[in-house]
Design a protein around this ligand. Sequence first.
Ligand SMILES: *Cc1c(COP(=O)(O)O)cnc(C)c1O
Ligand SMILES: [Zn+2]
Length: 430
Amino acid sequence: MSHAIGLRCTICGAEYDVHEVDYVCPKHGYDGILDVLYDYEEIRRRIAPEALTANSERSIWRYLPLLPVAEETARRLAEGTVLGSVGWTPLYPAPRLGARLGLRNLWVKDDGRQPTASYKDRASAIAVVKARERGAEVVTTASTGNAAAALAGLCAAVGQRTVIFVPRTAPQAKVAQLLAYGATVLLVDGTYDQAFDLCLEAAEAFGWYNRNTAYNPYMSEGKKTGAYEICEQLARQTNWPAPFRAPDVIFVPVGDGCIIGGIHKGLRDLAALGWIEKMPRLMGVQAEGSSPLVDAWERGLEGWEMQPVEARSIADSIVASLPRDRNKALRAVRETGGAYLRVSDEEILAAIPALAQGCGVFAEPAAAAAYAGLLKAVERGLVSPEEHIVVLATGSGLKDVASVMRATGQPTVVAPSLEEVRRALGVLAG
Ligand SMILES: *Cc1c(COP(=O)(O)O)cnc(C)c1O
Ligand SMILES: [Zn+2]
């Protein structure tokens, strides 16, 4: 049993029992993305926040009473497996980076430290447990790469079969992960959006459990755990007199919008439970060449009014021509008084070494985009010096070294002699 008591359509507000509907609102099809509902009264009665944060479990499973899975199944699968290592990634204070920007309270959360090296592990972890609850033989997803790697890795951890659809252009490291984990990999000769539609069709035709972002309402519930962790870790690090403390602003890189929607959900849970006092402003960062949510936000459009656009960027993980979780993504920024920002590929590339050198966090392009967005926000006066600001670094730089090398250039080559080293260092110093 879990405390998830229902599902509600983000368009029409219709509510469904969790046993009645698996994926989207029957009245609205693929647009009808669902929110997962909880009995907050019951949770508050049963669990004190102090007890929750005193838990010795250092993973997302420390928040099990707030997750939409059968607790027994989750415990059994996570015990002693890689699935048990998802989450509780470090939140680093970044005083040198902050000082450069005139910010006194800057943090970086490093989800490159997840088992498969991206934030997607949080969602795929929930998918693995739900699939087991349903007794599914095969789990499937379409992905730009990271969601697939996360699903493949966590399924491998528990011996679950997967079929994965990724665009042929996905970076090598991500494809290598899929193959090594033993997933059945279908490289789609087309875009991510085409891979997504194909995966939906195949799942229906073959009766597979579908992890697809936004289509599966439970993925936001995995992704919300980042918000719980940020608030818990911030409270500890600032000696806050309560178990959770909300920062003032969070910067999130946005492609489909599931991460930013999930972070918003986590904060809404904490607020509904009375465990945080205010909502941080959520800042969604998109790549200039793939920024339909920035457009929609600027023009005041709703998610279901959006049309697909041409999308391209070096930050492959945030390229989406029609962001699948657009309803939640727009709501997250609107309801928190945040903003959507565009950053160029040049700014994204420059952000990789800047972040790595400023605080030691090595990020893939999409993850570095969040930091590039912070620079833009500082420029525009959207944040102030005393505010508590968190940058969400969503994936490891090892995911896409070719792009990183474009930002860093090539290293110096020397013959194996001290003379050569002297010369090279002289040249470097000069
Ligand atoms: C998927 C992903 C994102 C964007 O998440 P969405 O839910 O698609 O908005 C950002 N960074 C990385 C590294 C990702 O893998
Ligand atoms: Zn509906």
